[in-house]
Design a protein around this ligand. Structure first.
Ligand SMILES: Nc1ncnc2c1ncn2[C@@H]1O[C@H](COP(=O)(O)OP(=O)(O)OP(=O)(O)O)[C@@H](O)[C@H]1O
Length: 250
């Protein structure tokens, strides 16, 4: 049997004496698109931080394709094929779109200490950067400083940076936050296309995105998953309606 892409087992996380994540159990199959939803402050970003190594669990384990990763630093988890985006736009504003992407490709390829090399001569890096640039639809904007892109373009670039290294497990934290309806629709089709054949975990408040994209959904309330299931199961789960979705999803 194939190991899950991500498995969180009995994870607890406290900050000081405040318990934020309580008995967290979550299994995401390889190739699945999984959405993590829940009210503000439920612990969704904290869960992403726990998976990607930015914080360590107080207890419990996180495994990636069957191998324990809890306790590893973020760059080692990244090298094992897990990449994440952040809630806040996280691009280098003064660097061009091309340079931002190339930086992400170099980083994952382990070239980041070779700053004395002429990196544009690394054909493999150049080809991969051009491929991602085209995948995110920003080829015409390649030389524009990232800080001058529209907000939606910056978020697309951020998704490009996240997938640039070829990770097969992708975590996206609110990728459509702050976008218009039309921008959101474009972002969803971009995400669907770019995560084809990979595993995706997405934190998202926009329910049209969640229900349109996810194979399965988990609902986190006060640091605990109260339900996991298909969009239909989640939509009709009385516990979920009461705790989170309310009449909105009825
Ligand atoms: N480093 C930290 N130290 C102390 N408390 C923290 C820390 N990180 C998060 N928290 C607290 O943990 C709780 C969960 O926060 P988190 O950001 O994970 O929630 P969230 O579900 O992502 O919320 P939102 O939907 O608003 O982004 C919050 O009460 C937050 O204040």
């Amino acid at each position: 049997m194939t190991a899950p892409a991500i498995e969180i087992k009995d994870v607890q996380k406290s900050f000081g004496n405040i318990s934020i994540i309580r008995d967290l159990n979550l299994s995401v199959a390889q190739g699945e698109r999984h959405a993590l939803i829940g009210p503000n402050g439920a612990g969704k970003s904290t869960t992403f931080n726990l998976i990607s190594g930015y914080i360590k669990p107080t207890s419990g384990t996180v495994t990636l394709r069957g191998e324990e990763i809890s306790g590893l630093p973020p760059y080692q988890i990244n090298r094992r094929g897990l990449s994440r985006s952040f809630q806040v736009t996280n691009v280098f504003a003064n660097m061009s779109v091309w340079e931002n992407l190339r930086c992400a490709v170099l980083w994952t390829d382990g070239h980041h200490y070779s700053f004395w090399k002429n990196i544009d001569n690394l054909k493999q890096v150049r080809d991969r950067t051009a491929q991602v640039l085209s995948d995110i639809g920003l080829t015409a904007r390649r030389d524009v400083p990232a800080g001058l892109l529209t907000y939606a373009e910056q978020r697309a670039l951020e998704i490009g940076i996240t997938i640039a290294g070829g990770a097969d497990v992708i975590l996206l934290d609110e990728p459509t936050a702050g976008m218009s309806h039309a921008e959101t629709e474009r972002a969803v089709s971009l995400i669907r296309r770019l995560t084809e054949g990979r595993t995706l975990v997405i934190v998202e408040h926009d329910m049209s995105v969640v229900f349109g994209l996810a194979d399965r959904i988990s609902v986190l309330v006060y640091g605990h998953i109260i339900a996991t299931g298909t969009p239909e199961q989640i939509r009709s789960d009385p516990k979920v309606k009461e705790a989170y979705l309310g009449e909105e999803a009825a």
